[in-house]
Design a binder for this molecule. Structure first.
Ligand code: FAD
Ligand code: SF4
Length: 330
C-alpha cells in the first residue's frame, strides 16, 4: 500500500478544499476504499476522513421529496419505517446489498461511489491490462472470463458492471444527487453515472474537490407501490446477476397502468433505466401476458461478450417477475 496523508475534515467546505488535490480520496465507511487500497487498486496520496461531518446523516420523509444525507448508514435507511412505507424499493435494494456488518458501516454516498467488482480490475498484480485502472492498457475481461460483465452500455474499452443496488432504485424514480464543491449542484442520477466510452476511469460526473452531500427522491404513487428484485448466485451476501427496481401506479379503474418505472442492475455499466419498456406498458391493462411481452423488450440492444450471454435470457424474466409481484399478478 502506498503511504498517504490522513486528514479529518470538520466541515463540508474543509473536506472539499482538502480533497481538491490530485489523487485525494474521501473516506466514509471505508468498506470499499480500504479494500481497494489494500489491493493496490486505489493509491491515494491523501485520505480525507468525512465520517465526523455534522448534519449529513439525516433521513427526511416529511415533504414531497425524500432527502437522505450522504453519511446516513445503509442499515439506517433500509430500516427507516417512513422510507419503507413511502419507498419500499429504496429499503429493499439496501437490505439485499452486502451483509449486516457492511450495511452498518457503509454510507449512502460511499454506496453510490462503489467501484466495479471486475476481477481483473481488482487484481493489478496479475492483470496489468485494465483500461479503467490503467488507461490505455487494454481490457483483460474482453477475451477473459466475463460471466459477470455488462450486456448494456459497454464500449470497446470496458465492459465492467456497475455493481450497486441502491442506485438502480434511484434511477428508476428520477432521484437527484446533491453535490457540493465550490458551489452546490443537483444532478439527475442518470447523468451522475457516466458510460465508459473511451474513458472508463471516469465513472461519475464528480470533479476533483466535489463530494456528494445527499440524495433527493421525488415521492410518487409509483414509488409507494415499488419493489426491488435481486437474482444472484447465492441467496445473500452476493452482487446481482440481474436485478430490477420497479414501481406501478394504476388508473382509478384499478386495471389500467397510469405510470410504471423500471430500471435494471447487474447487467449494465451504469444503473440502467428501461424507458422504452415503460412506454410499452403505460395505458395498457395490467395482466401477466402484457407484462411478459413488454419485459421481453428489456434486452433490446443488449450485447453478450461470451460468458455473460445468460444475462440476456435472465433479465426479462427478472423484470417480468418484479412487475408481477408489484402488480399482484399471478
Ligand atoms: C463483500 C462485499 C459485498 C458487497 N455487496 C454489495 C451488494 O450486494 N450490493 C451493493 O450495492 N453493494 C455491495 N457492497 C458494496 C458496499 O455497499 C460498499 O462498499 C459501501 O456502500 C461503500 O460505502 P462506504 O461508506 O464504506 O464507502 P467508502 O469505502 O468510504 O468509500 C467508497 C468510495 O466512495 C467515495 N466516497 C465516499 N463518500 C463519498 C461522498 N460523500 N462523496 C463522494 N465520494 C465519496 C470514497 O472516496 C471511495 O472512493 C459490498 C461490499 C463488500 C465489501
Ligand atoms: S472490463 Fe473494465 S474494469 Fe474490467 S478489465 Fe476491462 S477495462 Fe478493466
Amino acid at each position: 500500500m502506498r503511504a498517504f496523508d490522513y486528514l479529518r475534515a470538520d466541515t463540508v467546505s474543509a473536506a472539499c478544499a482538502e480533497a481538491a488535490v490530485p489523487e485525494a480520496k474521501l473516506l466514509a465507511g471505508g468498506t470499499t476504499l480500504l479494500d481497494l487500497m489494500k489491493l493496490n487498486v486505489e493509491r491515494p496520496s491523501r485520505v480525507v476522513d468525512i465520517t465526523r461531518l455534522p448534519g449529513l446523516d439525516g433521513i427526511d420523509v416529511s415533504g414531497s421529496v425524500i432527502r437522505i444525507g450522504a453519511l446516513a448508514k445503509m442499515s439506517k435507511v433500509a430500516d427507516h419505517s417512513a422510507v419503507k412505507d413511502a419507498a419500499p424499493v429504496l429499503s429493499e435494494s439496501l437490505w439485499r446489498a452486502a451483509s449486516a456488518q457492511l450495511r452498518n458501516m457503509a454510507s449512502i454516498g460511499g454506496n453510490l461511489m462503489q467501484r466495479t467488482r471486475c476481477m481483473y480490475f481488482r487484481d493489478p498484480g496479475a492483470y496489468p491490462n485494465c483500461n479503467k485502472r490503467n488507461p490505455g492498457s487494454g481490457c483483460a475481461a474482453m477475451n477473459g472470463v466475463n460471466r459477470n460483465h455488462a450486456v448494456f452500455g459497454t464500449s470497446d474499452a470496458c465492459i465492467a458492471i456497475y455493481p450497486g443496488d441502491f442506485a438502480v432504485a434511484l434511477v428508476a424514480f428520477d432521484a437527484r444527487v446533491i453535490v457540493r464543491g465550490v458551489s452546490e449542484r443537483s444532478v439527475p442520477v442518470d447523468e451522475f453515472f457516466l458510460l465508459p466510452g473511451q474513458t472508463p476511469q471516469r465513472e461519475t460526473s464528480l470533479s476533483t474537490g466535489e463530494m456528494i452531500i445527499g440524495i433527493e427522491v421525488p415521492r410518487s404513487a409509483a414509488l409507494r407501490r415499488s419493489h426491488y428484485l435481486k437474482v444472484r448466485d447465492r441467496a445473500s451476501y452476493e452482487f446481482a446477476a440481474a436485478s430490477a427496481a420497479v414501481g406501478l401506479e394504476m388508473e382509478a379503474d384499478g386495471k389500467t397502468i397510469r405510470d410504471v418505472r423500471i430500471a435494471v442492475g447487474g447487467v449494465a455499466t451504469k444503473p440502467w433505466r428501461l424507458r422504452a419498456v415503460e412506454a410499452l406498458l403505460k395505458g395498457k391493462v395490467l395482466n401477466e401476458a402484457t407484462l411478459r411481452s413488454a419485459a421481453a423488450a428489456s434486452v433490446d440492444g443488449a450485447k453478450s461478450s461470451g460468458h455473460n450471454g445468460f444475462k440476456i435470457e435472465l433479465a426479462p424474466k427478472v423484470v417480468a417477475r418484479a412487475l408481477m409481484a408489484v402488480g399482484g399478478v399471478a
